[in-house]
Each structure stands twice: as C-alpha cells, then as structure tokens.
Ligand binder design. Structure first.
Ligand code: NDP
Length: 335
C-alpha cells in the first residue's frame, strides 16, 4: 500500500506557539480565502492586519474589525505575510509592492503552489516561504471554524533560512483551525500542489462540463425536456449530495446509497469512457503542468490566456443549454 505517513491529523505543540503571539500577521487580499483566514486567525487570538486597495473589500475588512493598510505598508508591518490575491496577479503585485518591502527574516505564506513552483515569484533568501493550500473554498474555511471543525490543507516549505519552517507551518495551521475534528495537513510541496490542483481542472472537472453538455444535446434531440435534463444533471442538487457522500463514505462505498439498477449501470457503463487514450490525455496534461507549458499559455504570453478565456466564456453562453438553464432558474426563483 502507498504510504500515508505524510497525513498529519494532530497538532504537536512547539516553541513557535509562544513566538507567534508577538507577531503581526498580514493578510494581503480580503477575498474568498483572505477574509476567512484573517477571521480564523484573529479569533484564535493573533494580531492580524489587512493589506488591500482602498475599496469595498477594504471596507468589509474594517467592518469586521481589522486595521486596513495599503499593500506596501501592510507588507512592511507584517512578520508573517499571507499572499491571498488571485494567482495570476500575484507576481506583479509581489514584485512591485510586497517583495521590496518585506522585513528581514519575514515569513511569506502562499495558498497555492503555482507562482513559487514556476519561479514566477522569486523570494529573497532571508525570507521563510511556506504553503498552506486549503482543500476548501473560502467561505468553507470560515464556516467549519465556526462549527469547531477542521479542514484539509496541503502544506509545503520553500526557503527555510532559519530552519523553523515546520514549526511555523504547524503553528499557523493550528491557529487556522486545520487540526480540529475532520481536518488534516498533508505534507506536500509547491510542485505537488500545482500538479494535483491543475490536473483536476484539466481533466475531470473540465470534462464534466462538456460531458453534461453532450448529454443535454443527445437527450433533448431524443425529446427530453430541457428542464428534466438540467435538473437531472446538476440543477436538483443531487450531484452535491453524491459529492458529500463520496467525502464521507468513499468513492465506491457511496454507491450503496444508489439503487441497484443505478449501481449496475454505473459499474458497467462508466469504464467505457475511460480508455487508454483518456489516460494518455491526462498524462499529457500532467506533463504540460509540470513543464510549465500551461502556465506560460495562461499567464505569460501577452494576454493570450485572457483573450481565449473571454472568448470561450462568450461561446459557452451562446449554447442553447445555457439559455434553457437561465429560463429554468428564473422560474425556480434562483435569479
Ligand atoms: P480572490 O479572487 O477572492 O481575491 C480577491 C482579493 O484580491 C481582494 O482583496 C482583491 O482586492 C484582491 N485583488 C484582486 N486584484 C487585485 C489587484 N490587481 N491588486 C491588488 N489586489 C487585488 O482570491 P482567492 O481567495 O480565491 O485566492 C487567493 C489565493 O488562495 C490564491 O492563491 C488561490 O489559488 C488560493 N486558493 C483559493 C481557493 C478558493 O476557494 N478561492 C481555495 C484554495 C486556495 P481588490 O479587488 O480590492 O484589489
């Protein structure tokens, strides 16, 4: 069996726990992750400040009781600086506003492996670089904390000039609420996080969108009504229930909550979609992630990624399924 020794479920006390109480935690960005992580750390008793442009996010942070600074000043004040702004803009903001202003010996925390793994952000040698990448959407990080529960994170250590990286990492995870019931920290790396995160998006998550569309085309051509198709696929919320059962019971174990007819259909027909060619495709995508081809396409080539992104969104909106979905959601009072 593969080793699962890298899964840490219990916090081990260490000497940094006292040190962190005297540190200023600076959260750059007050969006999905920024707000939740800032509130969790504050409620765990740490001194937290926010760095953000002076707009509605900053206003929200003030309402939540934080002192808000512009990004340059926040970076100057922080002993531990969390970079919680979108991945694709991190490099330009870091290079101009954060990197040159970090205190000597500061700690920099990423929530994803992307920019550090690809070397897009290069960090001074005196800075300790850590990764705490939640496997949980932003509001969930706050929601489980308020329910006194934990959540899973992938963690990693980059630069570690003072060799305190592991203790700092574990202490911050503990303060974020990671080690409460149901949570864990998986000792990982910037590379692994980048691979598993992007590979999901480049394989089954993306494929699911287009498989749903193919299903819609076939079923409506055969006379099924758009409402029945959309509710069947995702509109009813059953899909979310299946995902929750996978999390709680396991991928195949949850099958037992479906009818026997359903299980028979899934087990006999499902494998037909995953031939060797599909595995080859997943491997090709994995290589494009690891060798940086995808990252260059998305973030480096003169806005190319954004142009394609906008075009594909526009095209997606024109599909008849999209129009039917909007109509249905209006009738159901969701819009
Ligand atoms: P958001 O999109 O929610 O970030 C919004 C924040 O970024 C706002 O404070 C916004 O402030 C700021 N921001 C946006 N553009 C700029 C800019 N040009 N200059 C300065 N600030 C800017 O980010 P997420 O929370 O989704 O992601 C943050 C990190 O967390 C990423 O590394 C991501 O990969 C990681 N992550 C995210 C998860 C998620 O659930 N979303 C899950 C796990 C990891 P303003 O617009 O006012 O400038």
């Amino acid at each position: 069996m593969t080793s699962l020794k890298n899964v840490i479920v219990n916090y081990q006390e260490n000497e940094y726990e006292n040190e962190i109480k005297n540190k200023t935690i600076c959260i750059i960005g007050y969006g999905n992750q920024g707000r939740s992580q800032a509130l969790n750390l504050k409620d765990s008793g740490l001194h937290v400040i926010i760095g953000n442009n002076n707009d509605s996010y900053a206003e929200e942070a003030r309402k939540d009781g934080f002192k808000v600074f512009n990004i340059v000043d926040a970076a100057k004040y922080g002993d531990i600086v969390f970079l919680l702004i979108p991945d694709e803009i991190q490099k330009s903001i870091y290079d101009k506003e954060i990197g040159p202003n970090l205190r000597k010996g500061a700690v920099l925390v990423f929530a994803s492996g992307y920019n550090y793994y690809y070397g897009l952000i290069s960090v001074r040698q005196d800075i300790t670089v850590l990764m705490i990448a939640p496997r949980m959407i932003g509001w969930g990080v706050r929601d489980v904390y308020l329910k006194n529960m934990g959540f899973p994170v992938l963690v990693g250590i980059g630069n570690d000039p003072e060799k305190k990286g592991n203790n700092i990492l574990m202490t911050i995870c503990n303060m974020l609420g990671v080690f409460r019931s149901g949570g864990c920290a998986v000792m990982s790396s910037f590379m692994e996080e980048t691979l598993v995160d992007l590979l999901s998006e480049h394989s089954w998550v993306g494929a699911m969108l287009y498989l749903f569309r193919a299903y819609y085309e076939v079923a409506t051509e055969l006379g099924a009504s758009p409402a029945s198709v959309i509710l069947e696929l995702y509109g009813s919320g059953e899909l979310a229930e299946i995902a929750a059962a996978m999390k709680d019971q396991g991928l195949f174990e949850q099958l037992k909550t479906h009818s026997r007819t359903s299980q028979y259909g899934q087990l006999t027909r499902g494998p037909e979609y995953v031939m060797d060619e599909i595995k080859g495709l997943i491997k090709k995508e994995a290589m494009d992630i690891l060798n940086g081809k995808f990252a260059r396409e998305w973030t480096e080539e003169e806005n190319y990624g954004y142009l394609v992104y906008n075009k594909l969104h526009e095209l997606a909106r024109k599909h008849p399924m999209e129009k039917d979905e909007r109509e249905l959601y209006k009738i159901l009072g969701r819009l």
